[in-house]
Design a protein around this ligand. Structure first.
Ligand SMILES: *Cc1c(COP(=O)(O)O)cnc(C)c1O
Length: 380
């Protein structure tokens, strides 16, 4: 089956009790048993819930994996991955990382004795020196936030295999429509389903998909033991969102291209970071592992200061100034004062986050309206 069929049917069956076409919302905490232990596979909704199970099967299908697991948020999914590690274990992660991921690694898990190294992953040969017998996990985010750097997942997988550790990929920015890390050699793929999978900015959820039975067993044990599950209503909403993932991602990518080209040609714009542009430093890698380039991008203006960015993000009318991404509506953000404000200015600028950098989550509206909106905001 191809992706457009899988998003609608993958891993799903019609409700056996009623034939309902859409997966019902099983809003129940527990299930009747005929005699002790004699039940229909469902005992208690922290352990199993039919709506969540349907979503987990569907996610496994669209990521070309065997096992899906859903959590109450993207960070709860990452939390479960790190709980597979033991005190003394080490992980190597991309430095250009979602702020919440950096926070849970350093502020929660370091105090349990897990060590994290944050590095640029453009040259894996240089990373050998960081690896030792305690290294258990390589964590990669690609495209990265907000600079849209692309990390070569095949190379990361070869590196992880060579050093006998797991490779986890945060696939939130790409979505399973644009990129399938398990096929490129990753062991774990993670999503903030809050973003493109849900797609309508109405739910917070996280997900993991894996192939390996042993990793799946450990993660299920953690999911059930720690209990950071998602509720059935949220599972229903994400199932519903996924049914149009392919249509939305096509439109996000088409609009992304039009907006990126408009910005790239505008005299007041300095740099545009969108992996589909030939000028993007990682465009060639992006072409080998992504089917298209999506709607996430960042840009700086020639006049590089906070006021220049503030003027644009305050003047937009179709775009909305807000955190988050991946919904049908276009959003914009100012990393230096919003998501990355905690990083000192010098360190920020080293990774490219200048004061005028604006991040866009280009939605699925009409591209002409989005371009006209940015034009008036930049020139106004
Ligand atoms: C939003 C996001 C997360 C965190 O997910 P939540 O659902 O907000 O917990 C992790 N990684 C990336 C890349 C994200 O954009």
């Amino acid at each position: 089956m191809k992706i457009g069929t899988k998003v609608i049917h993958g891993g799903l069956t019609h409700d056996s009790a009623t034939g309902a076409i859409m997966t019902p919302i099983y809003q129940t905490s527990t299930y009747a048993q005929n005699s002790p232990g004699d039940h229909k596979g469902y005992e208690y909704s922290r352990s199993q819930n039919p709506t969540r199970h349907a979503l987990e099967m569907n996610l496994a299908s669209i990521e070309n994996g065997k096992h899906g697991l859903c959590f109450g948020s993207g960070l709860a999914a990452i939390d479960a991955v790190i709980k597979m590690l033991n005190p003394g274990d080490e992980a190597i992660s991309t430095g250009d990382l979602y702020g919440g991921t950096y926070r849970i690694f350093t502020k929660i898990f370091e105090k349990y004795g897990i060590k994290f190294h944050f590095v640029e992953m453009n040259d894996f040969d240089k990373l050998d020196i960081l690896v030792n017998e305690n290294t258990k996990l390589i964590w990669v985010e690609t495209p990265t936030n907000p600079m849209l750097n692309i990390i070569d997942i095949r190379k990361a997988a070869a590196f992880a295999k060579k050093h006998k550790c797991m490779l986890g990929v945060d696939n939130t920015f790409a979505s399973p429509y644009l990129q399938n890390p398990l096929e490129l050699g990753a062991d774990i793929v993670m999503h903030s389903a809050t973003k493109y999978l849900g797609g309508h900015s109405d739910v917070i959820m996280g997900a993991l998909v894996v192939n390996d039975e042993e990793i799946a067993k450990q993660l299920y044990f953690i999911q059930n033991s720690s209990g950071a599950i998602c509720g059935p209503m949220d599972a229903f909403l994400v199932l519903r969102g996924i049914k149009t993932l392919h249509l939305r991602m096509q439109r996000h990518s088409e609009n992304g291209e039009k907006v990126a080209k408009f910005l790239d040609a505008h005299p007041a714009v300095d740099k545009v970071y969108w992996p589909g542009l030939k000028s993007h430093p990682n465009h060639e890698i992006a072409k080998t592992q992504m089917r298209d380039f999506g709607g996430m991008m960042s840009f700086t203006t020639v006049v590089d200061n906070y006021d220049a960015a503030k003027k644009i993000v305050s003047n937009v009318k179709v775009f909305t100034l807000a955190e988050s991404l991946g919904g049908v509506e276009s959003l914009c953000g100012h990393p230096a004062s919003m998501t990355h404000a905690a990083i000192p200015k010098e360190d920020r600028e080293k990774i490219g986050i200048k004061d005028s950098l604006i991040r866009l989550s280009v939605g699925v509206e009409d591209a002409e309206d989005l371009i006209a909106d940015l034009k008036q905001a930049i020139e106004g």
